[in-house]
Write a protein that binds this ligand. Structure first.
Ligand code: NAD
Length: 296
């Protein structure tokens, strides 16, 4: 079993660190938030006084931080030089590919193995240990990371070289953002055309219009399996995080000269939803926004 330094114990990292503890690893944990650190201690992690202290004896470092600037700062200021030589570094945050490659390059220059390993699955999957990991890094680093990631997820896929995990993540979430907007539109039109929404769900979830956004994460309360729609769009995957991921996709598309008009439209809609005060609601609350209901 490994000694793991875990930095970033928020909505996702808290559950992930607990699953590492549950599979027998020693987890030295740090977060800037005292409340997050206390929850991690209750889950069996060993709270550290700083990020440097958390990684001081680690074989493996796992980070789950908000965005690229946090990841770069934590590795440059706290991890490099503090963690023992030869350690395996795993960043699970969703960040821009350029920062992921830059940090991996700095790690390699210092003799560390590193993978980018962003996740799909949300807070419930982080708690249940059923995340999907998409991993970028060389094959040896992937092989070393796989057993650690398997303790936190049910699917671990090698996407390619450094940065490829982030590329897969933003392409996946670009698709998710667009299908959610389209699904919300379809339900609103179905209602205006006089269809019973449960009946429309029964038809479309078995017909060519089906997608994960409809079948597994239906934006209409009381229709399909239980989703954040049934909890007034609380919890789940915040619209602000979807907006962040769409911005990452648009930046990547601009750099790669790729045409992504659907992502641009979805991004503009999620920006407007956030501006209307619903950035904290689940991203399926797009249906309220398109229906002219926000902020209540
Ligand atoms: P969060 O804001 O709940 O957690 C981030 C944690 O990082 C916070 O507890 C914060 O205090 C801590 N932190 C920030 N800077 C730090 C530093 N310098 N040192 C130590 N701790 C620091 O966010 P989250 O929902 O857990 O998301 C984390 C990442 O996972 C993001 O990149 C997000 O896009 C991605 N993600 C989230 C979900 C989801 O459903 N929430 C799903 C997939 C991917």
């Amino acid at each position: 079993m490994a000694t793991i330094g875990f930095i970033g114990l928020g909505n996702m990292g808290g559950g992930m660190a607990a699953n590492l503890v549950n599979t027998g690893h020693a987890v030295h944990a740090f977060d800037l938030s005292g409340a997050a650190l206390a929850r991690a201690r209750d889950a069996g992690c060993l709270p550290a006084a700083s990020a440097r202290a958390a990684v001081a004896d680690a074989d493996v470092v796992v980070t789950m931080l908000p965005a690229g600037r946090h990841v770069r700062a934590v590795y440059e200021d706290d991890v490099f030089g503090a963690v023992p030589a030869g350690a395996l570094l795993i960043d699970c945050s969703t960040i821009d590919g350029a920062t992921a490659v830059a940090v991996a390059t700095l790690a390699a220059e210092r003799g560390y193995r590193m993978v980018d390993a962003p996740v799909s699955g949300g807070i419930a999957a982080a708690g249940a240990g059923t995340l999907t990991f998409m991993v970028g890094g060389d094959p040896a680093a992937f092989a070393a990371a796989e057993p650690i990631l398997s303790a936190m997820g049910k699917t671990v896929i090698h996407a390619g070289a450094a940065g490829a995990g982030q590329a897969a993540k933003i392409c996946n979430n670009m698709l998710l953002g667009a299908t959610m907007v389209a699904t919300c539109e379809a339900f609103l039109l179905a209602e205006k055309l006089g269809l019973d929404l449960a009946t429309f769900y029964a038809i479309s979830s078995k017909a060519s219009g089906q997608s994960w956004s409809m079948t597994t994460y239906c934006p209409v309360p009381g229709v399909g399996p239980e989703t954040p729609a049934d909890r007034d769009y609380q919890g789940g995957f915040a619209s602000a995080l979807m907006l962040k991921d769409l911005k990452l996709a648009l930046e990547a598309a601009q750099a790669a000269d790729a045409s992504v008009p659907m992502a641009a439209t979805a991004g503009a809609l999620y920006q407007a939803l956030a501006n209307a005060g619903d950035g904290g609601r689940d991203f399926s609350s797009m249906i309220r926004f398109l229906d002219g209901r926000t902020g209540d």
